[in-house]
Design a protein around this ligand. Structure first.
Ligand SMILES: NC(=O)c1ccc[n+]([C@@H]2O[C@H](COP(=O)([O-])OP(=O)(O)OC[C@H]3O[C@@H](n4cnc5c(N)ncnc54)[C@H](O)[C@@H]3O)[C@@H](O)[C@H]2O)c1
Length: 389
C-alpha cells in the first residue's frame, strides 16, 4: 500500500487508538446514495482523503444530488434519480448509504449484490428481518459493510470499553442507559425523521441506538434474549409541543415514537434498563451506569450520540473497606469522528480487512430496537428470535 505523502494527511498519521492510515495504490471510486443532511459529513471527509474520488451520487428528489455536489465545488460527479440507476450504471468500489432509515436495507442490499463495499448510516435499518437480509447479502458478496456509529471512535467512548475490559468492575450484572432531550425532535430539513414512511422508527433510531452501542460495545455485544418494551408519542403528536415551532402542522404527520423504555435480558445474565426521549417534561432520564460485582461506573448524562462527555466518568469501588470514587479525566478528541469513521472504512477496503463497525454486532442493536417496537405493540415481554444468516 502507498505511503502517506500528502502533508494534509499528517493529521491522520496517528488517528489515535492504534489506527494507522492505509492508502490505496489507486483512487477508490465512491458513490453517495442520498444527498441530504448527513451526506454532507460523508462528502467532507471523503474530500480530505487522497486515495478517493467521489464519482457519482443519487437522490430521489430531482436536482438535489446535482445541487449537493455543486455546493461542495465538485464538478463532473454523475447524478442519478435513485440508488438503482447509480449502481446499474457505475463501476464503484464503495458507496455511502445516507438515505433515511426506511430505505437503508434496499440500498445496502442492492449495493452489496453489485459487489460494492458499503458504509451504511445508522441505525442499520428498521427491523431485525431487514438486518438479517442485509447480512445475508453481505455474506454472499464478501464485501465490507460498516455501520455508521462514529461516536464509538471517540477516545472517551473507547475509554468506557477499556475500563470494563480491565476487569475493575468484576462481572457486570446491570446497566442503565439511554438519555434524551427535553425538546429535541429533529426536523432540521423537513419531516424525514418523524414520518413513519421515511423513518420507520423515531428516537430509538436517531439517538437511542447510540446509547445502546455505547454500552453493548463496551461489554462485547452479548445477545439480547428477552425484551419488555414501551413506546409512545404523546409530545410529537401534540399541538402544544409544536405550537411555538416553525411548523405546527408537523404534529399531524408525526408517526414514530418520541419516547421508548425497555427492560432487556442479555446473554450472561446482564440486565439492560433503557429509556430514550426526543422530548420530555424532564431534564434527563438519568446517567448511564454499569453495576459490577467489584465496581460501578457512572457516565454522566451525556450526548453520547455526538461521542461527547460533558462531565467525567466516575468509578466506584470499595478498597480495604473504604468506599472510593475515582474520576476518570475527559480525554481530548482532536480528530473529527467522521474522518475517523470514513478512514477506518477505507483502510479496511485497502487492507482486505474486516468492517471497523461490523454488522454482526449492530444486528443485536437492531434486534433490541425492533424487539421494543414489537413488545410495545403486543403489550408484553417477547423472546428475541434472530434467523440464521
Ligand atoms: N452518523 C450520524 O451522526 C448521523 C447523523 C444524522 C443522521 N444520520 C442518519 O443518516 C440517515 C439520513 O439522515 P439525513 O438527516 O441525511 O436525512 P435526509 O432526509 O436529510 O436525507 C436523506 C436523503 O436520502 C434520499 N433517499 C432516500 N431513499 C433513497 C434512494 N433509494 N436512493 C437515493 N436517495 C434516496 C432522500 O431523498 C433524502 O434526500 C438517517 O438514517 C439518519 O439516522 C446519521
Amino acid at each position: 500500500m502507498a505511503e502517506i505523502q500528502d502533508k494534509g494527511l499528517d493529521a491522520f498519521k496517528d488517528m489515535g487508538e492504534g489506527m494507522p492510515v492505509v492508502l490505496a495504490d489507486k483512487k477508490l471510486k465512491i458513490g453517495i446514495i442520498g444527498t441530504g443532511w448527513i451526506a454532507e459529513n460523508h462528502i467532507r471527509s471523503y474530500m480530505k482523503m487522497p486515495d478517493v474520488e467521489v464519482v457519482a451520487g443519487a437522490d430521489l428528489i430531482p436536482g438535489k444530488a446535482e445541487a449537493f455536489f455543486k455546493r461542495f465545488g465538485l464538478e463532473g460527479v454523475r447524478c442519478y434519480p435513485s440508488h438503482k440507476e447509480l449502481l446499474d450504471n457505475e463501476e464503484l468500489d464503495a458507496v455511502s448509504v445516507c438515505t433515511y432509515n426506511k430505505t437503508h436495507a434496499e440500498c445496502a442490499i442492492y449495493a452489496l449484490k453489485k459487489g460494492v463495499h458499503v458504509m451504511l448510516e445508522k441505525p442499520m435499518c428498521v427491523t431485525t428481518e431487514e438486518a438479517v437480509e442485509i447480512m445475508r447479502a453481505e455474506k454472499e458478496s464478501g464485501k465490507i459493510l460498516s455501520i455508521g456509529f462514529q461516536p464509538r471512535l471517540d477516545p472517551n467512548m473507547m475509554q468506557i470499553k477499556k475500563v470494563i475490559d480491565s476487569g475493575v468492575l468484576g462481572d457486570i450484572y446491570y446497566i442503565q442507559t439511554g438519555g434524551g432531550r427535553r425538546a429535541g425532535i429533529p426536523t432540521p430539513f423537513g419531516t424525514t425523521f418523524i414520518e413513519e414512511k421515511t423513518a420507520g422508527i423515531g428516537a430509538m433510531g436517531d439517538i437511542g441506538c447510540y446509547s445502546l452501542d455505547m454500552v453493548l460495545n463496551a461489554i462485547g455485544y452479548p445477545k439480547p434474549l428477552t425484551i419488555t418494551g414501551y413506546t409512545s408519542n404523546f409530545l410529537g403528536t401534540s399541538k402544544d409541543y409544536w405550537q411555538y415551532r416553525p411548523h405546527p402542522e408537523y404534529a399531524d404527520v408525526f408517526g414514530v415514537e418520541d419516547f421508548a423504555a425497555a427492560f432487556v435480558r442479555l446473554e450472561g445474565g446482564i440486565i439492560l434498563d433503557f429509556r430514550i426521549a426526543w422530548a420530555m417534561h424532564m431534564d434527563t432520564p438519568g446517567d448511564t451506569i454499569f453495576l459490577g460485582t467489584k465496581g460501578g461506573l457512572r457516565i454522566p448524562s451525556t450526548e453520547c450520540w455526538n461521542g461527547t462527555l460533558d462531565k467525567p466518568m466516575v468509578l466506584y469501588q470499595t478498597i480495604g473497606g473504604a468506599m472510593v470514587e475515582t474520576t476518570i479525566p475527559i480525554l481530548p478528541s482532536p480528530i473529527p469522528l467522521f474522518d475517523k469513521k470514513i478512514r477506518a472504512f477505507l483502510n479496511a477496503i485497502n487492507e482486505n480487512g474486516t468492517a471497523p463497525i461490523p454488522s454482526s454486532q449492530i444486528l443485536y442493536n437492531q434486534a433490541i430496537i425492533d424487539g421494543i417496537v414489537k413488545s410495545a405493540k403486543l403489550g408484553h415481554e417477547i423472546e428475541v428470535e434472530i434467523p440464521e444468516i
